[in-house]
Design a protein around this ligand. Structure first.
Ligand code: NZQ
Ligand code: ZN
Length: 384
């Protein structure tokens, strides 16, 4: 296992009927900006419940943060924060609203050209303060409710941003707020959480037994309870799905191990260029990427086959092939089509994706930097 630091200050408030605790979680004197997306939280009554639990605090609302939040929209919220001396941000929504709120928290405290905050990749944004924030998570998927990441779209490109200053102070995870989700958003969330685990688990073995077994536990839970949540209103499964999604990207399984975020980097381009939902892009790319990277990931793929998919028969290569096929079939069972052609993407589209990645400097992916754009092209052609 490699050396690591682990820090995660987010308080998780998990379960039904916990909104009454907002009063304790947010300072009594806070002037709160409540942020939300395209209106789902208004339509289903979540916003009203949140606001009624903020008591006498001064509250301003900012709606309209779109999926894959746009820099320009977020800058409008920054103006509201500054003009109204807001001192607490409360995100009510999915990954896009939570991510957008994190960016607003950083930008509202920074004087410099705000778009430069976008260009630090996975290094912390060089700012000294951020407006404190909390989240009411309505879509289990990204893990944004318990991590320090944000992804913002600017000039039709997705930019990852991170800062320890934007860990939410708390996140409320109430499964009741997710019953209004359209089925395809549940499917996207299962795929996203699944691939978050894979990107931290399916690399090279480094003897990190706890991280491996946590990862395998999350994957098995998603395989069991993802489809139940997709098909039904089963509360027990939904709770497990929700906590799986948070646990998949709150840092704990990623400590001390190599990580390979190639599927995400390729997937982000497919969202930016063709508007395909984040989780879906990952389900398209991952099976094809694993087939192209069998040699590099051999040992972990065998472990994945045996421990996650319980495949005991056959040679190691046969086990690997079966495990990748089962992974793809799992996504398909959630009605996610894993072929690019279904989304109208042809050879020309693939060339544009590759060209864009080159422009963005995404030319040496994987945990060792050996995944070149030629391989990205192969992966995408095989996913046609
Ligand atoms: O905007 P509203 O009207 O709220 O509708 C949303 C949106 O249309 C709807 N929705 C959310 N909760 C709902 C609901 N509809 C009914 N009932 C509810 N309870 O779902 C749609 C999608 O929402 P969005 O927030 O965009 O989805 P998701 O949570 O998948 O977030 C995706 C974003 O997160 C980024 C992605 O790149 C993308 O921009 N990611 C963030 C990460 C992080 N912070 O760590 C990591 C991820 O890998 C990912 O990149
Ligand atoms: Zn993701």
């Amino acid at each position: 296992m490699q050396n690591f630091d682990f820090y995660n200050p987010t308080r998780i408030v998990f379960g039904q009927d916990r909104l009454g605790e907002l009063d304790k979680l947010i300072p009594a004197s806070a002037k709160v900006l409540v942020l939300y997306g395209g209106g789902s939280v208004k339509r289903f009554g979540t916003l009203e419940k949140v606001i009624s639990n903020l008591g006498d605090r001064e509250v301003i609302e900012f709606g309209g943060i779109e999926p894959n939040p746009q820099f320009e929209t977020l800058m409008k919220a920054v103006k509201v924060v500054k003009e109204n001396d807001i001192d607490f941000l409360l995100a009510v929504g999915g990954g896009s609203v939570m991510d957008g709120t994190k960016f607003i928290a950083l930008a509202a405290s920074a004087d410099k050209d705000h778009h430069t905050l976008l260009f630090h990749g996975f290094n912390p944004v060089p700012v000294e303060k951020a407006v404190p924030l909390g989240c009411i998570a309505t879509l289990p998927a990204t893990g944004s409710e318990m991590n320090a990441f944000s992804v913002v779209t600017y000039n039709e490109q997705k930019y990852p941003i991170t800062s320890p200053l934007v860990y939410p102070q708390f996140s409320v995870l109430d499964p009741d707020f997710t019953f209004s989700l359209p089925k395809e958003q549940v499917a996207n969330g299962v795929a996203d959480a699944f691939v978050h685990v894979i990107e931290q688990y399916l690399t090279q073995p480094v003897g990190a037994k706890v991280q491996d077994r946590f990862s395998e536990g999350i994957l098995k839970t998603l395989i069991e309870d993802g489809p139940i949540t997709y098909q039904s209103d089963d509360l027990a499964a939904r709770k497990n799905f929700m906590w799986s999604a948070t646990s998949a990207l709150n840092g704990i399984i990623g400590v001390g191990v190599p990580q390979d975020w190639s599927t995400h980097m390729i997937g982000h381009e497919l969202t930016a260029m063709f508007g395909i939902a984040h989780g879906r892009t990952l389900a398209i790319v991952l099976p094809s990427l694993l087939r192209a990277r069998k040699a590099q990931k051999h040992d972990k793929l065998v472990q994945f086959a045996e421990r996650v998919w319980d495949i005991t028969d056959g040679t190691e290569d046969e086990k690997i092939n079966q495990a990748i096929d089962k992974t793809e079939a799992f996504f398909n069972s959630l009605d996610i089509v894993t072929a690019l052609s279904h989304y109208g993407i042809d050879d020309e589209g693939i060339d544009t994706v590759v060209a864009n990645m080159e422009k963005m400097g995404l030319t040496q992916l994987s945990e060792t930097g050996d995944l070149t754009l030629d391989i990205v092209k192969e992966i995408l052609l095989a996913a046609k």
